[in-house]
Ligand binder design. Structure first.
Ligand code: SF4
Length: 144
């Protein structure tokens, strides 16, 4: 399927540059749902040196087949305190931002994403194949 999709033209055919500036814009502000699965929960617990049960109780709410990260009333991710406290083990959803379907489905959506994210437009180079791979398989651990 990836091969078939790679044949089609996209606005990102020549690739996109992106490096996260860790500004926190996407971790704060408008409320959102950040999904965390059991493996990611265990990794976060190990990184914070807390029992998994404590992480679930303090930071997460059951959602779909896993959990969602709790937020403050003003929409700040509970793991964001003067920077992401779990950055090396952040969930796939955070790891793959901004290369999400909803951001890449049109150039207009991408431009809106770019406006909010200062990391887009410079830094690491992602080819069309890289981007399609991230969309379908997630961000390889070694990239960040
Ligand atoms: S808005 Fe962009 S640069 Fe800022 S933390 Fe999110 S991904 Fe990184």
């Amino acid at each position: 399927m990836l091969n078939r999709l790679a044949q089609r033209p996209y606005f990102f055919d020549t690739g996109i540059r992106f490096t996260c500036r860790r500004c926190g814009t996407c971790c704060t502000g408008a409320p959102g749902i950040v999904h965390v699965n059991a493996r990611e929960t265990a990794a976060i617990a190990a990184y914070l040196g807390l029992p998994v049960s404590r992480v679930i109780e303090t930071y997460l709410t059951p959602w779909e087949d896993g959990y969602r990260i709790n937020e403050t009333e003003d929409g700040r991710c509970l793991f964001f305190e003067d920077g992401c406290r779990v950055y090396p083990v952040r969930p796939t959803q955070c790891r793959t931002f901004p290369f999400w379907f909803r951001n890449l489905r049109s150039e207009t959506h991408w431009k809106a994403t770019q406006k909010a994210c200062p990391g887009i437009g410079s830094g690491d180079y992602f080819s069309k194949d890289d981007i399609l791979n991230i969309l379908f398989n997630g961000m390889p651990q070694e990239i960040f």
